[in-house]
Design a protein around this ligand. Structure first.
Ligand code: HEM
Length: 497
């Protein structure tokens, strides 16, 4: 660390004077190293406060040798999300660095780019595969449990382990649950039912996530301990996942699990492992964070909690046999995917509102094209570009009382998200729409449905006493958005019925 500080203090600790002229993008003053550091450690506050302080829809700052342009406002939003030369992958690589790359461990996977990964993901989440358990080639399989009952059973098993009552930390227990579902949806039965391997993968995942540091991202050549940990976790993750791909290659009877679908497509181990890593790294953090916050918001809002419970009960009574002696999770298994997707308006509203309130950080890009003219300013070739979603999600000109949890804002006659262009960015927009949206929603809906139909719960602090203050997310916490202040737990008790 000392040598790192030496490097940065000799190379980069010089002041940038704001030699702003009207045609240039407003450049932040101060020390570039301080700006870079604030951007990495308190990203939300940094972008928001500088937007307010400067009054400029566009301002720029240096992250070492790189120029970063922060954009806001409706016109900027249109350009940001539609510009073909703004690279999603390059933006994330420098400014977020969240997905392990096999290049780091000298393994190359052919066709490794976000377009190919999206194509593979779309095959995996095809409705017929999720519903029927057939392979996407359409051939019937001998070993066909359908995905919905498997997911329901996974959720149920984890919840059974919580016992009839207790106090849980959702940032541990709900995260573990989402991890289980993500492994189920991205790998194979053998791995999804091996608790030890899942535990190992989860530990490596967190080791990797926690070792993403500003130093590692900004100075990739710098041999930091965090960098070493990252490489080691990538290698260990590769070894575990690849072992399960090999096991499926040797299996006598193919099935419809994602690994088998990709094997049948002729994909290599490297491609299949990279696919699973993308699902895990792109999926777990967001899905678990939104699952936790839906439970927090509903825990503080009886009206919406009751609406969701009524919707879930209605699904069960419509799609399963009320006179049967099946347990509640068995009855959920007979609800078709299309019903989970299309006939849950209250849960949809809750998820959308939670995402609006929680996804407030920046989307990231890099301009790989020529200089781009925007209004009378120029975004240089090679510059990084960021757009803070709070610019629209927490904007009182778009959403009335923007900090209030109120899913009815999306329904007629209000439809606040439809009164202009790109007013909801929670699943992405324009060129980069979330390709995991379907499975993320399915996972969150199952967690909510099973939890709310089986348990009563209240929000409590560490001491077990009900929380006094309403919860606000720490918007600078880019990994989990945990609540500010006192940690929040769920005190739960199983329903008697
Ligand atoms: C509640 C959960 C989730 C939320 C709120 C969410 C949100 C988003 C957002 C906002 C973007 C666009 C980012 C940008 O424009 O910079 C995005 C892109 C993406 N997401 Fe998700 N996501 C979730 C779950 C998932 C899951 C479960 C997966 C995979 C299994 C996934 C895979 C992806 C991929 C591959 C992209 C890039 C798409 C592209 O560039 O074409 N996401 N997601």
């Amino acid at each position: 660390m000392t040598s790192f500080l030496l490097v940065i203090s000799t190379s980069y600790a010089y002041p940038i004077f704001s030699a702003n002229d009207a045609k240039k993008i407003h450049q932040l003053g101060g020390f570039s190293i301080v700006n870079a550091w604030s951007f990495f450690s308190k990203r939300y506050d940094f972008l928001r406060s500088n937007r307010e302080k400067t009054g400029h829809a566009l301002f720029s700052f240096k992250v070492f040798q790189h120029q970063v342009v922060a954009m806001s406002g409706e016109n900027a939003r249109k350009v940001f999300f539609s510009e073909k030369d703004f690279s999603f992958e390059q933006g994330h690589r420098l400014l977020r660095g969240a997905v392990p790359t096999l290049k780091d461990i000298k393994m190359m996977s052919e066709n490794s780019n976000v377009i190919m990964l999206n194509k593979r993901l779309l095959k995996i989440v095809r409705k017929d595969r999720l519903q029927s358990g057939k392979s996407y080639h359409g051939s019937a399989q001998s070993n066909t449990s359908t995905v919905i009952p498997t997911l329901v059973s996974d959720v149920n098993k984890r919840m059974e382990a919580w016992g009839a009552s207790g106090k849980m930390d959702p940032f541990k227990d709900i995260y573990d649950l989402v991890f289980q579902l993500t492994i189920r949806l991205s790998t194979c039965e053998e791995l999804a039912t091996n608790a030890d391997s899942i535990k190992k993968i989860s530990a490596l995942y967190w080791q990797y996530e926690k070792s993403i540091t500003a130093v590692g991202l900004l100075l990739p050549w710098f041999p930091s301990t965090a960098k070493k940990h990252q490489k080691q976790s990538t290698k260990d993750l590769y070894d575990i996942l690849s072992h399960y791909v090999d096991a499926r290659r040797k299996a006598k009877v193919p099935n419809s699990d994602p690994f088998d679908v990709l094997i049948a497509d002729g994909e290599s181990n490297a491609v299949i492992v990279e696919f699973a890593l993308l699902m895990i790294f792109a999926g777990v953090v967001n899905t678990a964070m939104i699952s936790c916050w839906t439970l927090f918001y509903l825990g503080a809002n009886n009206e919406w909690k009751n609406k969701v419970i009524a919707e879930v009960r209605n699904l069960i009574s419509t799609y399963s046999d009320a006179s049967s002696s099946e347990q509640i999770h068995e009855r959920f298994s007979s609800i078709p995917v299309s019903v989970w997707e299309d006939e849950t308006p209250a849960i949809e509203g809750v998820i959308r509102e939670t995402i609006r309130l929680i996804k407030t950080g920046p989307a990231l890009r890099r301009n790989l094209g020529d200089n781009i003219q925007f209004a009378d300013k120029t975004v240089d070739k090679g510059a990084y570009v960021v757009y803070n979603m709070a610019d629209v999600h927490l904007n009182e000109m778009v959403y009335s009382e923007p900090l209030k949890f109120d899913p009815s804002r999306f329904s007629p006659p209000r439809e606040e998200d439809k009164q202009g262009h790109l007013l909801f960015l929670g699943w992405g927009a324009g060129r980069h729409i979330c390709s995991g949206m379907k499975i993320a929603k399915l996972e969150i809906k199952m967690i909510l449905a099973l939890f709310l139909s089986s348990y009563e719960y209240t929000l409590v602090g560490k001491s077990g006493m009900p929380l006094k203050e309403s919860l606000q997310p720490d918007r600078n916490d880019i990994h989990q958005s945990k609540p500010l202040g006192e940690p929040c737990f769920l005190q739960y008790r199983k329903n008697l019925e």
